[in-house]
Design a protein around this ligand. Sequence first.
Ligand code: PEP
Length: 251
Amino acid sequence: MRRPLVAGNWKMHGTRASVDALAQGVSRMEVDASIDVAVLPPFLYLERVQQILAESPVAVGAQNCAKDAWQGALTGEVSAAQLADVGCKLVLIGHSERRQLFGETDEVISRKFIAAQSCGLMPVLCVGESLEQRQAGRTLDVVSEQLGNVIHELGIGAFSNAVIAYEPVWAIGTGLTATPAQAQAVHAAIRAQLADESPSVAQAMRILYGGSVKAVNAVELFGMADIDGGLVGGASLNADEFGAICRAAGS
Ligand code: PEP
């Protein structure tokens, strides 16, 4: 039985005042003991969110990390060790916005993944196809290649302490959501690919769905056999909506 995880990606949103208000709203959420919940604020606000959520079961994580784990002459970067130092528990790796807008390749993503793990952070590896790729019938090939390249670089053992998020690029921030059946088909394919390497890793892997998850569609999505929770962008900026999505994962 896999423990559902719902993670809220706050992206580059907020000010000190709005982030405090949102974190306080999250701290008041009643989190079902059967699920894990995390929020991923911008780097600048990690520590204050960490302080506000100190007594809450909600974990704090980051949206990205440097490909070098420790420290060095890398102006503007934030390392996994630094994230762990301020109390982060998890970090997104290879979000589609990082792949598309910042040119992150599977090789860079593999380095970030292992940097995170080596510092005790749980990597949440994001994979997903673009609209053109889906329309060309290439969804499963694209996702399989993204995942396969990281497995090839790091070995399946690296996945025994990780999470995968399937996020169709066309559904991120667009209001378009994959149907539960469309998402389930990709999640099942991801699990089958993992099972070819290690049935136990496949069985234990939490595979999150991301792409315009809201309270109104969460119950149906999370009800699918291979969907183990969600990665939530826009809807996580409202504590009430995020709380309702978390309740859907616990139901
Ligand atoms: C995301 O950014 O990971 C995401 C899923 O965003 P949204 O929920 O807004 O589509």
